[in-house]
Write a protein that binds this ligand. Structure first.
Ligand code: SF4
Length: 354
């Protein structure tokens, strides 16, 4: 029984159901049980005939992940460490935001790989090396887990659920393009989870072929670039894939993405003390993206174990932001969340690796 249901796309679910000699509408019922009614077991699917449920149970597993550790921060961020079928682990975070209507909005931060091949020196995942890509089901099940989590009325309130998905957890999403695309299609589909593509954002270190594919596929998801430096010399050190895809090629690829999709690109810029936080660097950043329909998210970085990469002081962060604003760049300051629970990418997993 090695098939996992969430690894299958819609057509494959239909094929599976047909192979069990059931009519097509049973496939739609099955999809609804998994993606909308958020079933955790086949036994729950009581409007499916028992014989069908038995055959299904012999052929498929419902979900791919087992939670093995949970950490809750004071700011409402929850982080789960999941075990995969081969015993490897990934982490996923749920972030809670207040909204003007009194309800909470929830964003889930999804991993797409075990470890990461990019190796950014400030990132705990980058220090763990790359192990393997996640399957579509392993990506999707992170979302479904937290959708169920919010159904618990001691946690989520009536009418609350997942509003946004950001592919910003462990791994480089565009290095696992096919699985990512299948997961996005299922999470977006009305037969699947039904979340608007506009509520999803892919964060990349800057893999230009992946950005081009994404633009051609017109998935309508948001694109965020982990920029972190305004010049190649510094960015080669902070985001090593820059040596392969330097800024002179990356920025035009971002402009092209906007031209093809109409989706504004955002640039993530984590500020590190004395590394990338000077006024001159703010000016270079403004020059780099001048005239582009984009947004800069300045991130007050998480504290890391790398002594050379510590968060910038508050005054430096504010001065950097002001310089960008003075030069007409849209930018917001994002506070890092879950500081008390190792919420930086890969930090929780690091604690559990021996
Ligand atoms: S910051 Fe992102 S791209 Fe860089 S090593 Fe960490 S997970 Fe990989």
């Amino acid at each position: 029984m090695s098939i996992f249901l969430t690894d299958l796309n819609t057509q494959e679910v239909h094929k599976l159901v047909a192979s069990l000699a059931e009519p097509a509408y049973r496939a739609r019922q099955l999809l609804a049980w998994v993606y909308q009614r958020l079933a955790v077991s086949i036994d729950e699917m009581t409007d499916l005939p028992q014989a069908f449920r038995q055959k299904l149970a012999q052929q498929v597993n419902l979900h791919t992940l087992v939670p093995i550790h949970e950490a809750r921060a004071k700011d409402g961020t929850v982080k789960i460490l999941f075990s995969l079928k081969d015993g490897k682990t990934v982490e996923t975070a749920l972030m809670k935001f207040s909204s003007t209507d009194g309800k909470h909005r929830y964003t889930v931060c999804i991993s797409t790989q075990v470890g990461c091949p990019i190796g950014c020196p400030f990132c705990a995942t980058g220090q763990q090396g790359f192990e393997r890509n996640l399957t579509p089901g392993e990506i999707i099940d992170q979302v479904l887990y937290f959708a169920r989590y919010l159904q618990d009325k001691t946690i989520g309130r009536e009418g609350e659920g997942i509003n946004n998905i950001v592919f910003m957890g462990m791994g480089e999403p565009l290095a696992n393009y096919d699985a990512l695309r299948q997961a996005i299609e299922m999470l977006n589909s009305r037969d699947g989870f039904g979340l608007s593509a506009r509520g999803m954002t892919i964060s990349t270190a800057g893999l230009i072929p992946g950005i081009e594919r994404l633009g051609n596929d017109k998935l309508q998801v948001g694109l965020a670039i982990s920029l972190h430096a305004p010049d190649n010399k510094q960015r080669d050190k902070l985001v090593p894939i820059n040596k392969k895809y330097p800024l002179g090629e990356l920025i035009p690829a971002c402009r092209e993405y906007f031209a093809r999709t109409g989706r504004r690109v955002s640039f993530e810029y984590a500020l590190f003390n004395g590394v990338n936080d000077s006024i001159v660097q703010a000016q270079s950043l403004a020059d780099l993206i001048q005239g582009m329909n984009c947004h800069v998210n300045l991130i007050s970085a998480n504290r890391t174990t790398n002594q050379k990469m510590q968060p910038s002081p508050r005054n430096t962060v504010l001065a950097f932001q002001q310089e960008l604003k003075n030069r007409g760049i849209n930018c917001t300051l994002r506070l890092s969340r879950g500081q008390d629970i190792d919420a930086g990418c890969g930090q929780l997993r690091s604690r559990f690796l021996t």
